[in-house]
Ligand binder design. Structure first.
Ligand code: NAI
Length: 466
């Protein structure tokens, strides 16, 4: 009997397996597809490879700003695809090597829970086998959600998974959904030369992001000619010789738009199908498997981590939950940190956030002080030609504790971790302002924003606030 049987080899499952092996557990992991899950194969990594292509194009397009004239360039889609696929396969191979070197038993097939201690595996070669485990971790991830409107299944209406494998650059693209996925694809294809329209149901794109960031980003996106329609609902899609006709309703009008591709990016849903949940006593609903604070399901000894529990659909959170569950199983209960979860959005410029937004602080009736500092006043950002954006700090008015950090700007996804560290450790504004930040770096914007919380930022004219 295994100590731990893990179903699913994404960033939740494979990280849990490695941590279990480190702690001396007898562990096995069952995977029906490629290791690395959505993140490595169909999500974070391939999109970031394409993001880099878009960034190179953006740099070429403004090369004159750097005194360099590039008269002509061409895009080789096959080379773009090869580069992306090589990155993905080298990372997938890396995960397999890690599992192997940690002596983790890998079982290739589909894992189905039979009872609280047994997983039935439909092996790749058609045979079946049963694995017994004292503990079972479900880490089966999520799949793209769909909307049920007429025409959603016509060819040319695709998910992100198909979009990643593009063979030609669409001339006109409609993206349904202005969330994280929708806007990342909007910016990539905008850079590749596509006319991109985003149709978002809610009053705002990037819902949940601090509104000063999402509003500023929306203005930047519009300037790049990304056509953003909010409060808009797609009602049907039809196909004729000329392409796809997307019908949508705004407050007062019914409109149509003609495109060659429609990308559906309306969210993801937990992957619950055919994993044997029914009849086991595991309580679940469409939005995820119910878990307690230890990520244990309603059946003792069966845990659910990552997207499948529907709590936070982020790769780094899945890995974190995996480590926590394994340490709990192995009796290594540590003192919990605050568990603040950063999130990064790879648009141009990047967005990264951690902790409370200004709106959330207001809802919780916390009195806050806000500090902001623009990248346009930072030497390093100027030399990079990336002056767009700002760092925003939210601090508790009573005790100066840092509650939220929100960044729109170059390398936001790298800069955010100073904020993560601060909030995770209940740091106060002074803890940052008294810390020397190297010059010339983008981190100085973070430092100045914390100074601005108490109106003492240095590189801004007195009284000239943003
Ligand atoms: P999402 O939930 O963030 O956004 C979906 C958007 O589609 C929402 O704004 C919603 O209002 C809109 N929508 C839904 N139905 C619609 C309709 N019928 N018409 C128009 N708009 C409609 O989901 P998304 O962007 O697909 O991302 C899925 C998950 O993956 C999220 O949890 C996200 O945080 C995560 N993710 C994170 C990334 C990152 O951290 N960089 C990258 C990609 C995904």
């Amino acid at each position: 009997m295994k100590d731990i049987v893990i179903i699913g080899g994404g960033p939740g499952g494979y990280v849990a397996a490695i941590r279990a092996a480190q702690l001396g557990a007898n562990v096995c992991i069952i995977e029906k597809d490629k290791f690395g899950g959505t993140c490595l194969n169909r999500g974070c990594i391939p999109t970031k490879a394409l993001y880099k292509n878009a960034q190179v194009i953006n740099t070429i397009n403004k090369s004159r700003d750097f005194g360099i004239t590039i008269d002509n360039y061409s895009i080789n889609i096959q080379d773009i695809q090869n580069r992306k696929n090589n990155i993905v396969s080298s990372l997938v191979n890396g995960v397999e090597k890690l599992l192997q070197e940690n002596n983790i038993e890998v079982i290739r097939g589909k894992g189905i829970i039979k009872d609280s201690k047994t997983v039935r595996v439909e092996l790749e070669d058609g045979r079946e086998k049963e694995i017994k485990g004292k503990n079972i971790i479900i880490a089966t991830g999520s799949i793209p959600d769909k909307i049920s409107i007429p025409g959603i299944n016509v060819s040319g209406v695709i998910t992100t998974e198909e979009m990643l494998e593009f063979e030609e650059i669409p001339q006109n693209l409609v993206i349904i959904g202005g969330g994280v996925v929708g806007m990342e694809f909007a910016d990539i294809f905008n850079a590749l030369g596509t006319n991109v329209s985003v149709i978002e149901y809610l009053p705002n794109i990037l819902n949940g992001v601090d509104s000063s960031i999402s509003k500023r980003y929306k203005a930047i996106a519009k300037r790049k000619k990304i056509n953003i329609m909010v409060n808009a609902k797609v009602t049907k899609i039809t196909k004729d010789d000329g392409g796809l006709q997307v019908y949508y309703e705004t407050k007062n009008n019914e409109k149509t738009i003609k495109v060659d591709k429609v990308l559906v990016a309306v969210g993801r849903k937990p992957n619950l199908s055919n994993i044997g949940l029914d009849g086991t006593g595991i309580i679940y609903e469409e939005k995820g498997i119910y878990v307690n604070e230890d990520y244990e399901t309603s059946v003792k000894g069966i845990f659910a981590i990552g997207d499948v529990n529907g709590k936070v659909m982020l790769a780094h959170e899945a890995s974190h939950q995996g480590i926590k569950v394994v340490e709990h199983i192995m009796g290594l209960e540590g003192k919990d940190s605050n568990e603040v979860i950063p999130s990064c959005i790879f648009v141009f410029p990047e967005i990264a956030c951690v902790g409370l937004t200004e709106e959330e602080a207001k809802q919780k009736e916390i009195d806050v002080k806000i500090g902001k500092f623009m990248f346009s006043a930072n030497g390093k950002a100027m030399t990079m030609g990336e002056k767009e954006g700002f760092v925003k700090i939210i601090a508790n008015k009573d005790n100066d504790e840092i509650l939220g950090v929100h960044i729109l700007g170059p390398h936001a996804s790298d800069l955010i971790h100073e904020g993560v560290l601060a909030i995770n450790n209940n740091l106060k504004i002074n803890d940052i302002t008294k810390t020397i930040h190297a010059h010339p770096t983008l981190s100085e914007v973070f430092h100045e924003a914390t100074l601005d919380v108490n109106d003492i930022s240095l590189h801004i004219l007195p009284k000239k606030k943003i």
